[in-house]
Design a protein around this ligand. Structure first.
Ligand SMILES: [Zn+2]
Length: 322
């Protein structure tokens, strides 16, 4: 009898080979991916209704066709962070004029058919094209038919179209088919992710992390954190409470978040919070109240994100109580 199952398993990886043939891409955002921006979502490599990034982890969602390079908060849109052409080519199409605003289901009709928001498509020849989405309203500074170089600025990062957070979505396509620049052959291998890729320099895979942390005198509103709180350098000694908060991405059920504050007289508070959900973004805070006020001096807070035996991300911040 013919082993149909085995034959199919061997045949599938070669059914639709995508050969890079020298085509390479560079990051489409003008920021430091190790400190002031990060990759929130990758291409969904799972054809089922579930989602998986190229490492077989959770940084994707069902049907996601690109890579999302994110800014830590909406206030950073005002800094005019550049969206950069990932390779040389010719501007094939563009759209501008859509407002930058957080997406919600209430805006679905308004945005239908224009989910990319303000965007640019660049044709690189030989069937390759790249698309840049969710750009800042009024920022696109190239025209249709214009030749662009790798790294040339196309406009600024924004939050137009269907975007829950400020970012540039980069789609890479060949002959109209989505190509994951982290896994161009389309064969997800959990044991050696990214064994081939399209990057001039492959961005390091970060399996989640801390987007921002802060110290405040009360638990901040989650929307204020997403909007971008201006960090305080001092708090009054009469503050009713001291709170440390962490804004996270790529959380998984079982992750442990350790939050702590130390002051002139030592540890004020330290606690572990165990996360129960796998989420794109999350926010946690712990605090301590006082009736008598705080000692004046230097305070520092640390937030650590732990997954199994591994510290995934850690950040500290300082404040003066006066
Ligand atoms: Zn996206």
């Amino acid at each position: 009898m013919k082993p149909i199952g085995a034959a199919l398993a061997v045949a599938l990886p070669f059914a639709n080979p995508v050969l890079a043939e020298g085509f390479t891409v560079s990051p489409p955002i003008d920021c430091d991916l190790t400190s002031d921006c990060y990759i929130q979502q990758y291409v969904d490599s799972d054809p089922s209704p579930n989602a998986s990034d190229f490492t077989c982890s959770s940084l994707s969602y069902d049907g996601h066709k690109g890579t999302d390079f994110a800014l830590p908060n909406r206030a950073r849109i005002n800094d005019n962070v550049g969206v950069l052409a990932s390779a040389a080519g010719k501007v094939k199409s563009l759209r501008d004029g859509m407002v930058d605003a957080p997406y919600s289901n209430a805006r679905a009709t308004e945005i239908a058919g224009r989910e990319c928001g303000n965007g640019v498509v660049v044709d690189h020849g030989d069937g390759w094209e790249t698309q840049y989405c969710h750009m800042k309203q009024g920022s696109i500074n190239v025209t249709r038919g214009q030749d662009v170089q790798r790294g040339q600025m196309l406009g600024f990062v924004g939050q137009s179209g269907k975007a829950a957070f400020p970012h540039v979505h980069l789609s890479v396509r060949r002959a109209g088919k989505v190509v994951d620049p982290f896994d161009p052959d389309g064969i997800t291998r959990c044991d050696s992710p990214g064994d081939s890729n399209l990057w001039t320099q492959r961005p390091a895979y970060q399996p989640g992390g801390l987007i921002e942390i802060g110290i405040s005198s009360a638990v901040p509103a989650y929307d204020d954190i997403k909007a971008g709180l201006t960090p305080k350098s001092s708090l009054p000694a009469a503050s009713p409470a001291l709170v440390v908060w962490g804004f996270l991405y790529g959380t998984q059920a079982g992750d442990i978040i350790n939050l702590s504050i130390t002051g002139p007289e030592g540890m004020i508070i330290a606690d572990d919070v165990t996360l129960t959900k796998t989420q794109a973004q999350a926010f946690r805070a712990i605090g301590k109240k006082t009736r008598t006020g705080w000692s004046t001096g230097a305070y520092s807070a640390t937030v650590t994100m732990i997954r199994g035996p591994q510290v995934i991300s850690q950040r500290s911040t300082d404040i003066v109580i006066e």
